[in-house]
Design a protein around this ligand. Structure first.
Ligand SMILES: *Cc1c(COP(=O)(O)O)cnc(C)c1O
Length: 845
């Protein structure tokens, strides 16, 4: 039996060490090696035992040791140095402050609220399941480094996601250890009296769901986490924040109501309490948190006397939505009845009409409510997470903007990035310098031999970790220590090491490598050029198909003939991931194109000199350049999934056996694989700066947050004049639009001449505006290639000028040679619209 430990760090520390408490609770330590070194020097043994977690270290270190350190001048000097560094980090102006001070620059929001259902900041706060959460964590860290005034919001799960182990026959077993928030790097948000502040959210039948608010401090960024596990709640409501992605649809909608609606209420309270500026922009990281927009509509309806449409115009202007998956099963949808159950009686959102709510989530199936659709309808700016995913999303959601070509669908892309200081081995940073600066790697002043020696050391560290984890996994599976001697000699520090770790949905194809087990064996056991393979990943607890895939891998790896060259490591999480990204020579990714929205693990490997071997999907489609790794050819156009897997697996074996391994084992006299190192060097120098989360966050600031702040400010200025005006305009438009017509469109070509590309030709149109004012619309000429069926492609557009009653004209340079077509169209125009496609209205000739 084990008691749940409770402790308060600050009280237990001798006064001279008080700053250790601050350093332990600000999660900047997770990406700041000097702070980690300071904690390690408190007590190296305990530090190792607690897995490098400062709060646990301070709770377990003997009091005498702390007393001794409190009198140790050298330690106190280092503590003061690290504390000063943190103070400067938190207080000094950074990139964002410089940008905001530029008098000619864009309007920079005073604060941005960032909502996500999961946050993977550190394994010391296990509140994530996989890529989405780790990405959110990296977003916060990079925002902190750049000085971006983010306030993050999510839920605190009592058991996080699950912990994975294996049964003897290789079946995934889930555990849900209970976390005590008092033992986590969290601070409870309280009244000055010390009483916890509770957020209230109405539930059907007059019930109330309450949640307390914890705050994790991620450098400069506060992360607010709502927790419903309090005595004031009925048992079923206490369980709302029990697990991440754990329950049924009803459980899930309650979580999303709490995160979205309760989340806005938590931010409001936090800002009032601390004097921090209220957010001007709200970023919805995936559809799950989308109810936040409805709560802001409610605020404006009940607080400012706006009607629904006026409030919606204002809310949309300041909202950014990021979609993260092109997999239909990955889109969050609820039965309409369920939404009706929670939003029906207006106690949850007084003044917000249920029919309007349902319309925001409408999709093809009238029985379902689609959170991604609502996210898109509630946000004026939306994006996918790689260029390819942007294109796929424009296709996938194009139906929401009928009449527009896919290319015009207003969903852009911001390619994900990863937080360099978190994921780069500190030895690599020491050797090659800041990946974002002109480090020594770019001018090749780091000798190959040094870089290779570091790669070997990192691989060696991974080998040690593999042995430790395989042994622990077998003990867990029921083996006795006596029969596990073999685990001390599995893996080899010198063998080409390939890594594959990720969640296990079908499209990621965990078992593609097992397509032809004999070919895989031959690669692993090659007499001169062997390969060793480390695999990890969790399957969603309800996904038996995924668990069967894991079992296949485990069974293959259990075979005594190959177990020294292939392992499945249970319980993939951030603490394991780090060793894999540091130590693998090759990072393998073989999703079913184009279902990987971005993928970020390969970026983390690249930061450490790992080479990617991947299907050209997600980020790799845009960053593969021919010499930074390999692209596994895809069998595009082959629709039979089995044949497609066969073809792509064969291509994978072929690449590994005839290109990757030979290159790795081709050594100079000193044993250095020179040609391999050229690719490593190129990866570090060229990919290093591009895959950074700081690049991503700067892009969000420039392409989304700053423009949303400008639109948002315009919408609310002068008593919401523009928002009210847009709402009235939309009503006018809805009434007149069905009667707006392009009556005629003609091209003025000179007789008997054939125009040349680039020639300017006059286009004229006659339009019936059905009573709308010419200021209400934009009339465009469109020219492009024309098919046999008169469909236009590769179009260019030009705004036509009014030249008389209903008449419009423009001169247009001819964009292409060959068969061209031209047409005219009418689009809405309003100063609060970000693009003419936004309202999904267009009249074509
Ligand atoms: C980076 C990361 C992921 C996401 O990797 P993908 O390539 O997007 O699948 C998942 N889990 C952990 C622990 C990570 O660090």
């Amino acid at each position: 039996m084990r008691a749940v430990r409770r402790f308060t760090v600050r009280a237990g520390l001798p006064a001279p060490l008080a700053d250790l408490g601050t350093l332990a609770t600000n999660l900047r330590w997770t990406w700041h090696p000097p702070t980690q070194d300071l904690f390690a020097s408190v007590d190296r043994g305990v530090w190792e035992r607690v897995g490098g977690d400062p709060l646990h270290l301070l709770a377990q270190v003997p009091a005498e040791r702390l007393e001794a350190l409190a009198a140790d001048e050298d330690f106190l000097g280092r503590l003061a140095g690290v504390s000063d560094d943190l103070r400067r980090y938190l207080g000094d102006p950074r990139w964002y402050q410089e940008r905001a001070a530029d008098p000619g620059g864009a309007r920079m929001p005073a604060a941005i609220a960032y909502f996500s259902m999961e946050f993977g900041v550190t394994e010391a706060l296990p509140n994530y399941s996989g890529g989405l959460g780790v990405l959110a964590g990296d977003h916060l860290k990079a925002a902190s480094d750049l000085g971006v005034p983010l306030i993050a919001v999510g839920l605190l799960y009592r058991s996080g996601y699950f912990r994975q182990s294996l049964s003897l026959d290789g079946w995934q077993v889930e555990h849900y250890p209970v976390l005590d928030p008092n033992g986590l790097p969290l601070e409870l948000i309280t009244e000055p009296s010390g009483a916890p502040i509770l957020v209230h959210v109405a539930m059907p039948g007059g019930r109330v769901l309450r949640a307390r608010i914890w705050k994790a401090q991620v450098g400069r960024v506060p992360l607010l986490l709502l927790d419903s596990d309090i005595e004031e709640n009925a048992d079923d409501l206490r369980a709302v924040t029990d697990r991440l992605y754990g329950g049924d649809q009803d459980h899930r909608i309650r979580q999303e109501i709490l995160a979205g609606i309760g989340g806005v209420r938590a931010v409001r309270t936090y800002c009032e309490l601390t004097g921090v500026a209220q957010p001007e922009v709200f970023h919805t990281n995936e559809g799950h948190a989308g109810f936040l927009g409805l709560e802001r509509v409610r605020e404006l309806v009940s607080g400012q006397g706006l009607d629904f449409d006026q409030a919606l115009s204002a809310v949309r202007a300041g909202t950014v939505f990021t979609t993260h998956t092109p997999v239909p099963a990955g889109i969050d949808r609820f039965p309409v009845d369920l939404v009706q159950h929670y939003f029906g009686d207006e106690s949850l959102l007084p003044g917000v009409d249920l029919r309007r709510v349902l319309a925001l989530g409408a999709e093809d199936n009238p029985g379902m409510f689609n959170m991604a659709h609502m996210g898109l309808r509630l946000a004026q700016r939306a994006n996918g997470v790689s260029q390819l995913h942007g294109a796929v999303s424009r296709e996938m959601f194009g139906g929401l903007w009928p009449g527009f070509d896919t290319g015009e669908v207003p969903i852009s892309s911001v390619t994900n990035g990863v937080h360099g200081p978190t994921w780069t081995a500190k030895e690599m940073t020491e050797l090659i310098g800041d990946p974002e600066g002109p480090g020594p790697i770019a001018d090749s002043s780091v000798p190959d031999a040094d870089l290779w020696a570091l790669r070997c050391a990192l691989r060696g560290r991974l080998v040690g970790e593999v042995r430790r984890r395989v042994r622990a996994a077998w003990l867990q599976r029921g083996a006795s220590a006596l029969e596990l001697g073999w685990t001390d000699s599995i893996f080899d520090q010198d063998v080409l090491t390939v890594g594959f770790a990720r969640r296990v949905p079908t499209y990621k194809r965990l078992t593609l490598m097992l397509r032809d087990p004999e070919r895989l064996r031959a690669l692993l056991l090659h007499p001169e050029r062997p390969v060793q393979l480390v695999v990890a990943g969790k399957s969603h607890p309800a996904d038996d198909g995924g668990k069967a895939l894991i079992q296949q891998i485990v069974r293959f790896a259990d075979d005594a003939g190959v177990r020294h060259r292939v392992v499945f490591l249970p319980d993939y999480d951030m603490s394991m991931a780090r060793y894999l990204y540091w130590g693998c020579d090759v990072w393998l990714n073989n999703p079913m194109r184009p279902l990987e929205a971005c993928g970020t693990s390969g970026m983390k490997a690249a930061l450490n000199g790992g080479l990617n071997l991947s299907i050209r999907d997600g980020w790799w489609d845009e960053f593969y350049d021919g010499s930074n790794g390999w692209a596994i050819p895809t069998a595009d156009g082959v629709h039979d999934p089995i044949r497609r897997d066969d073809l792509e697996a064969a291509a994978l074996y072929e690449l590994l056996g005839s290109q990757v391994a030979p290159l790795y084992y081709d050594r100079d006299q000193a044993g250095v694989p020179t040609r391999w190192m050229a690719m490593v060097r190129h990866t570090l120098a060229a990919l290093g700066p591009q895959v950074q989360a700081s690049r991503m966050v700067r892009e969000y600031v420039e392409s989304a947050y700053a423009p949303a702040a400008t639109s948002g400010a315009l919408a609310v200025a002068d008593g919401f004049t523009a928002a009210k005006d847009l709402a009235a305009y939309r009503v006018r438009l809805a009434e007149a639009w069905p009667r707006v017509k392009v009556l005629d469109c003609e091209l003025a070509l000179e007789e008997n001449t054939t125009p040349v590309v680039g020639d300017r030709v006059a286009v004229r149109a006659l339009v019936d505006l059905a009573g709308l004012s010419p200021d209400d619309v934009e009339v465009q000429a469109v020219a492009g290639r024309v098919s046999d069926t008169d469909d236009l492609s590769d179009v260019v557009t030009a705004t036509m000028a009014p030249v008389g009653e209903g008449r419009y004209a423009v001169e247009l340079p001819l964009p292409h040679a060959g068969a061209l077509g031209v047409t005219a169209r009418v689009l809405p125009k309003h100063r609060l619209l970000a693009t003419p496609a936004e309202l999904g209205r267009v009249v074509l000739a």
